[in-house]
Every structure is written in structure tokens, then in C-alpha cells.
Design a protein around this ligand. Sequence first.
Ligand SMILES: Cc1cc2nc3c(=O)[nH]c(=O)nc-3n(C[C@H](O)[C@H](O)[C@H](O)COP(=O)(O)OP(=O)(O)OC[C@H]3O[C@@H](n4cnc5c(N)ncnc54)[C@H](O)[C@@H]3O)c2cc1C
Length: 485
Amino acid sequence: MPIVEKRAKPESIERIREIVGTDSVRTSKADLYVYGFDAGMHRSMPDAVVRPQNAEQISQIVKLANEHDFAIIPRGAGTALCGHNTPVAGGIILDLQKMNRIKEINPGDLLCVVEPGVICDDLNNALKKYRFFIPGPASSEAATLGGMVAANASGAKALKYGATRDYVLGLQVVTPTGEIIRCGTRTLKNSSGYQLEKLFVGMEGTLGIITEITLKMAPLPEKTAACAAAFKELVEAGQTVADIIAVPIFPAQLEIMSDICVKAVNKATGLGLPECGGFLLIACDGHPEAVKDEIRKVKEICEKNGAFFIDYTEDAKRIEELWKGRKQMLASLSVIKPEFSTVMLADDMAVPISKVPDAVKGFLEIQDKYDIYIPPYGHAGDGNLHTKVLLNPENKEHWLQAEKAVREIYDLVLQLGGTVTGEHGVAISKAEYFKKERADSIPFMRAIKRALDPKNILNPYKIFDWDESFLSNLRYPVEFSKKEA
Ligand SMILES: Cc1cc2nc3c(=O)[nH]c(=O)nc-3n(C[C@H](O)[C@H](O)[C@H](O)COP(=O)(O)OP(=O)(O)OC[C@H]3O[C@@H](n4cnc5c(N)ncnc54)[C@H](O)[C@@H]3O)c2cc1C
């Protein structure tokens, strides 16, 4: 879809200053530059960065945007990976981090109420003393609850504990035309009409601005035990994942890493994991007796599938060390070669769990075919497989090879009955392949967007309205023509 600019003019920015106060509006070049991208690879400058303090201010800004025709891009911590926060048509970034109050923790009703800018780890630190938690993404030390709801984030614990959508009971939202509405309830169940609170889950800032969230809480488990297992081949590790789930055993975490990932973690952290083709990190939690039984069965399955190394531990410090290594893996990957960066091209596919072995085998074949580093890893227990493309971002050839490989990866995932995104979302990077995956339902999504946001104010040209190659508006110093890509 051709992009129509929706810039905020100086007079609009002046009116916004009157609404939120001068200190809460930034227009310096440095501010505009850093708010031009998120953790993904796309970049485009906004006209202003605005930090509202409440829903009423946001409502006034949205009404002004409809009147003056400028875009608004809601933003939490900006850790999204697919260009979610990139203001491709200009407009203002609405930075919600000042709205960061935990308003209520109610153990009796199993819920808490937060503003959207609360950081996931801060909430979990506050919930710990009540023995509750909310499962978060690997970026939980920065990611905000507003961003998690808008992206339907999930992480290593999704297999057993679900994704953010499973915790949203109610929302306060400023609509694209500026009304403040409440949807959902403070009850664990409701069948009261359309489940509008779920409509805003995964909408990537395109349908509303979330200003308050009521969340269900999960109980902290009594005990956790972990098992690490190394296999000669990645496909053996993949088969082990499918066999564990088929028992059925639902580990709290079940992570897979390929050879390059293990090397990178060892090089960056000195963790000393055994060099192997495939590595599994498995954690079971719950009642101590149940945990013991589950881990015993997990070890047996690992042995049966050819694990040549198994490390079992109940020691909390060792468990933390192992997961820290896993958490640092993404940052570690770029140490493989000094000129390499990791880029988010095919970063979080999900396949039905029984297809994990086929998927990892296929990814390795594609990696070999294009002679490029695309190490697979991920929360394989729920079928969510990540890859990061390792390339020299200044080398055009690397980008073009990578794009060919990535197209094959997405085709394979769709053939296996999977999705191009299990947790990171669509935004810009995945829009092209999302179209292939959801050809039948995209017209309905578009109809909802057009009905709620007739002037296309909120985070325009994302998810289904993006029509360029995903190599366009890169934030790396390489120029492409669409034809070449
Ligand atoms: C190192 C790293 C690891 C990651 N690991 C994971 C992972 O394990 N699982 C996972 O799911 N993701 C992961 N991510 C992606 C990202 O961290 C998550 O999607 C996270 O939930 C984004 O939160 P945020 O506050 O940074 O949101 P942002 O990046 O600021 O925004 C994300 C989207 O939500 C919209 N948005 C933000 N706040 C609001 C609001 N209040 N109202 C309406 N729309 C809003 C934005 O417009 C944007 O479209 C990772 C990212 C990094 C950098």
C-alpha cells in the first residue's frame, strides 16, 4: 500500500505541549533519531516524542490527531523486533513509560491492575511476596505490560503458563477516535458479549492505546528442577521435544539450541556447555513429588533419543546460571565473527509440536544451501522456533542471500502448518509472509481497522498494510532497489 505521510506540523506539536506540558514533548534531533527504530531493523524519523501521564491527555491528543491528520505510534520500551514502533509515515511517538503505576495487587481475586508503562520484571518483583507471577518474554527486564499486551508477548514458559493474552481480564483503552472505553471485567470468567479486551491483544498499537490493564496472576511453583541434554544431531534434540510433549509432560520451559548457539553462549559467557549438534534445556516445576517424577521421565526420553550428556540439577544457583546462558544467547551470537550482526529476518516461527524435528532439519538444509549462518534455537516445547541471521550488515550480498534463505524458511514453516510469528508479531518485517499465511482473514482484519480508525491515525502501515519487500527502510548503511531484493 503506498504510504501517505501523516506528519505532525509545528502547530499540532504546540497544541500537544499545551495538553501534556512542555517537558513532556521532545523534538531534539537526538530524541527523534533514537525513537526512529525499535530493536528491529527498520528506521524512519518521528516529528515529536510525547510522554503523556494519563488517559485524558491521550484522548485529547488522539482527537487532535484526527482533526490535524497526523499519525500516533504508541510505544512502551521499544523492544519490539519487527519495526512495530517505526513511524513510517511520520507523526508522533507516544511514549507510555511515564504511566508506570502498579495500581492494585489483589491476591483474593487473583488479579492485579497496572498502567501500561509498568515493566514486567518490576511487576513480578512486586508480586513475588504474594507468591504470584505473570509469565513474561525474554526481554522482561525492559518490556512494558502495555507492549506485551499489544504484541501478545510470550516467552519460555508459554507451553505450561500461556501467553500474555491468557492473563488479560480487562483493559481501559483510548480508541482511535479518542473515546475512553473499558472492556473485559474483574472476574476470571465472562461471557458478556464480544470479548473486546482480546481484540486489543496483538493489535500492535493499530486499534487503540491501552491505558490500564487488569491481569490474572499465576501461582509461583513450589519447586523447580532442570535437566540439560546434549545430542550429536539437532534433529535428535527436536525429536526428543516431540516425544516429551507426546507423553504428555508439560515442562515449564523446554528450549532447543543448535551448535552455533552453544558455541556462542560458551564464548560469551564461559558457561562450558558441551559442544554438540543440538542442546536441550528443560525445566519442570510444581509440587516436589510431581517434579521428581516428570524429570525422571524426561531424562529417560533424552537417553532413548541418544543424548550423550545429561546434567540434572535442583540447585537454584545452577538453574539460574543455565537460564542466564540461554537468556544471553541472542546477544552472544554476534561474537561468532567480529564483523557479524544478528538481524531479525526469520526470527520466530512456530510449527505444530510434532513438526519440530522436520522444521529444524529443514532450517539446517536451507542454511547449508545458502552458505549463511542461520542458527535455529527457541522455545521448542510450544513449537516456537527462532533463527537469527548472522551477517555483515554492510555487505549487500549477505542481505540478498539472507532474504532468499528466509523466504524458503517461511515457505517451509507454512507447509508444515505453522505460523510466521509465534510471539514477536508482524509489523513490517513479517508483513509479506503474514499475507501468505492469512490471505483469507486479512480482509476482515482490515475491515476492523477501517471501521475503528477511519483516518488511519494509529500506527499506520503495519501488519497488513505494508507492501514493500522486508528489506526496505533498513537502518543499516546498505541501499537496495526493490527489484534487486
Ligand atoms: C532481547 C530481546 C528478547 C525478546 N524476547 C522476546 C520473547 O521471548 N518473547 C516475545 O514475545 N517477545 C520478545 N521480544 C520482543 C519484545 O520485547 C516484546 O514484544 C515486548 O512485549 C515488547 O514490549 P515493549 O514495552 O518494548 O513494547 P514496544 O516495543 O514499545 O511496542 C510493541 C508494540 O506494542 C504497541 N504498544 C506498546 N505499548 C502500547 C500501549 N500502551 N497501547 C497500545 N499499543 C502499545 C506498539 O505500538 C508496538 O506496536 C524480545 C525483544 C528483545 C530485544
